[in-house]
Design a protein around this ligand. Structure first.
Ligand code: ADP
Ligand code: MG
Length: 682
């Protein structure tokens, strides 16, 4: 069999150097690349029964010309031709723009097919294509490829056909026979042909089904193999500590733990005690109390004689965490210190020394923490907060710090299960699915921008009660500069509006760390009553006295992000409010605002977000580690994803997978992706 991954497209008969160069523009070099260049949609010329065609749908129908065409000109070149067509029992109107020549060609009673958009209300088709019957197409369903440079769809159709003709039978199949039988999956070469040249929709569905499973299975195999290999090759440390002493520490906390907190702590500490290395994701909605869990886990590590590190994405968060950890751990005589890019000079040198000697037991910091210059005496536990902002590679670097420390990743962005098992497929997952008792539900309102005056009045009332407010400015993803300018403008407006009454603070990404800290400090001491900010306050910021969150242009944010922002309020005992100011144009935009007002459940919102925005957008532009599936769709194919994951777990843990011939291709795939050498992740 030919190895089509090694064969250049130029060896396809009919494809020369020039075509090869065009193909190269779309990243197509080998026969394999060309065959894997799937259509992104199909043009459907199959004859339809009009009763099944939906309003505004594109369809091809066959009928008999039932009236003399009438032709109207607008100006010299533009014209409209209309006639009646009898399609089955329907007498419909056909409109052809700018094709006057049909007037003389069409004859009464003649059978023709027309393809175009069906207007059900007017019983009209606006023609894109008109054919005189009998007309034979090669394909009723034609593939449409995305094109680059001088490539055309027609050209690609031809090149793919040529490739299929010459090499179609050389397409190997990684999926062993028993798996294909179990799920009734098409053989790969069969499925590949169908993807490019489907005869009908059922066939296409089967071909897609096969590739969806394959993509998910291979991806999950990679994740599960990685998990297995890391477990076996990088033995963790057994952190032994006295449960009673840990229990005593928990009693010093200002509140009893929720059952969910207790449960996840049991999962975490059992990982820490085991000789395996912990690689766990802790999910919990905003305010569910993850920081406390982190503090207890860190304490456990210190009891066992190790140090701990907490890594967060922003300096503000780092500062807040230092404070809350100090308040919980300080009493037990533990030193918690901040290490960020802004700790400089002598202070930094001293701190690094104390980290290395073990005098400092817990270090909280940003990316600076993973720099080479930081050496721990005995690092036992690494926790990262809001880790979805860190890529897979960073997670790995972190795991490699110290003598294989246990690693806990915390996230407040509830991640839909399908995404969680994909992006974090190699991890164990713990979920805090319960809020501390006595929390008031945040009331959420959606208003139009013209309500601003009234909202400012409302905020004024809350401030008069001694409360505080956040105002989040429009977010323009493309330009930090405009984001900052917006914040400055809103700040000026509010300063003017509340002049002499309230202090307005301003926070954005262009401020220096010192300035940011000063602003946050003023806000948390209520020297500033309103904090105008870009989304830098999104994660983790904790000012319990703030009860109003106003978000400008809320339609620009994802649901998960809005939920995060909303989570900045409702942290104290007072009733809190979230006001979404938005004039969404689209139906989904409206739906998104509406659902925000209807639920406070982060997991419900995240599922909805995934559904409305798709997996690519889910984490926003900073996300990495998201696989690029060609055919599979995580939202619609989630059942296949679950199945593939279960199969992958079972496979990598079976003897036969590692030994039998039928899995040889899968093993070589894993080797190719580097997983088997432990070299790279994606
Ligand atoms: P998260 O990091 O998950 O958003 P935090 O750990 O910051 O949540 O906790 C949010 C607030 O709830 C904090 O003020 C914290 O002190 C409080 N809290 C945490 N756990 C409990 C609990 N079991 N009972 C009461 N309050 C709690
Ligand atoms: Mg937190």
């Amino acid at each position: 069999m030919n190895d089509i991954k090694q064969i250049s497209v130029t060896s396809i008969k009919g494809i020369g150097e020039e075509t090869a160069q065009s193909l190269e523009q779309a990243g197509i070099r080998t026969v394999y690349d060309l065959l894997e260049y799937f259509p992104f949609r199909y043009e459907d010329y199959q004859l339809k029964d009009l009763s099944e065609v939906k309003h505004e749908e594109r369809a091809t129908v066959e009928g008999k010309v039932h009236s003399q065409p009438s032709l109207t000109y607008f100006g010299k070149k533009r014209s409209r031709l209309t006639f009646r067509l009898l399609v089955g029992r329907y007498l419909i109107t056909v409109i052809c723009f700018n094709r006057p020549y049909y007037k003389t060609k069409l004859e009464m009673g003649q059978t023709i097919t027309v393809t175009g958009k069906w207007d059900q209300h007017r019983q009209t088709i606006t023609v894109q294509e008109l054919q005189f019957t009998p007309f034979k197409r090669n394909q009723d369903i034609e593939p449409v490829y995305s094109t680059k440079g001088d490539l055309t769809v027609k050209g690609l159709r031809r090149f793919v056909s040529l490739a299929l003709k010459q090499y179609g039978d050389d397409v190997g199949d990684m999926l062993p026979h028993p798996i294909r039988i179990r799920y009734k999956l098409l053989e790969r070469k069969e499925a590949l042909k169908v993807m490019h040249l489907p005869q009908n929709h059922e066939q296409l569905k089967q071909a897609r089904r096969r590739f969806v499973y394959e993509e998910f299975l291979l991806f999950q195999l990679k994740m599960q193999a990685l998990r297995k290999i890391e477990r076996e090759q990088a033995p963790g440390i057994e952190q032994r500590f006295d449960d009673k002493r840990l229990g005593k520490f928990v009693e010093t906390l200002p509140f009893p733990l929720t059952n969910a907190q207790k449960r996840v702590l049991a999962e975490i500490t059992s990982d820490m005690k085991s000789p395996h290395r912990m690689n766990r994701l802790l999910q919990g909605d905003v305010g569910s109390g993850k920081t406390v869990v982190a503090a207890v886990a860190l304490y456990a590590s210190i009891l066992a004689g190790y140090q701990g590190a907490l890594m967060v994405p922003t300096e503000i968060l780092a500062e807040q965490h230092v404070q809350s950890l100090q308040s919980m751990l300080g009493k037990a005589g533990i030193r918690v210190e901040l290490l960020t890019g802004s700790v400089k000079g002598k202070a930094r040198r001293l701190l690094l020394e104390q980290v290395q000697s073990g005098d400092v037991q817990v270090v909280v910091g940003t990316h600076a923490l993973i720099q080479d210059e930081v050496h721990f005496h005995k690092l036992g536990l690494v926790i990262t907060d809001e880790q979805h902002r860190f890529g897979v590679e960073q997670r790995r670097v972190l795991r490699e710090k110290g003598e294989s420390p246990d690693v806990l990743f915390m996230t407040a962005t509830p991640i839909p299960r399908t995404l969680a098992i994909t992006v974090f497929g190699e991890m164990d997952v713990s979920i805090i699915d319960e809020m501390p008792a006595g929390r008031k539900v945040i009331e959420t309102y959606w208003v139009k921008h013209d309500m601003l005056e009234r909202i400012l009045e409302f905020i004024d009332k809350e401030l008069s009660k001694g409360r505080q407010a956040y105002v989040i400015c429009p977010l323009i993803e493309e330009s930090e500069k405009i984001d900052v300018q917006n914040a400055i403008d809103v700040h000026a407006t509010l300063t003017q509006h509340y002049r002499g009454k309230w202090q307005i603070g301003l926070m954005h990404g262009r401020l220096s760390p010192d300035e940011k800290e000063a602003v946050m400090q003023q806000f948390s001491e209520n020297k500033v009553q309103v904090l105008v900010s870009t989304t830098v306050v999104e994660v983790g910021v904790n000012v319990p006295n703030a009860t109003v969150m106003l978000i400008y242009d809320a339609e620009r944010f994802g649901l998960s992000q809005l939920h995060q922002l909303r989570g900045r309020v409702g942290r104290g005992s007072d009733q809190s409010y979230c006001v979404l100011m938005a004039d969404p144009k689209s139906e989904t935009g409206k739906e998104r605002m509406k659902i925000m007002t209807e639920t406070n459940d982060g997991f419900v919102l995240s599922e909805k977000d995934l559904e409305l925005r798709g997996p690519g957008d889910f984490f926003g532009r900073k996300q990495s580690g998201m696989p690029d599936f060609k055919v599979a769709d995580m939202v619609h194919d989630y059942r296949a994803l679950e199945v593939a994951r279960a199969d992958a777990v079972q496979l990598v843990n079976s003897e036969s997978f590692w030994n039998e011939d039928q899995y040889a291709l899968m093993r070589s795939y894993l080797a190719e992706t580097g997983v088997l050498d432990g070299e790279k992740l994606d």
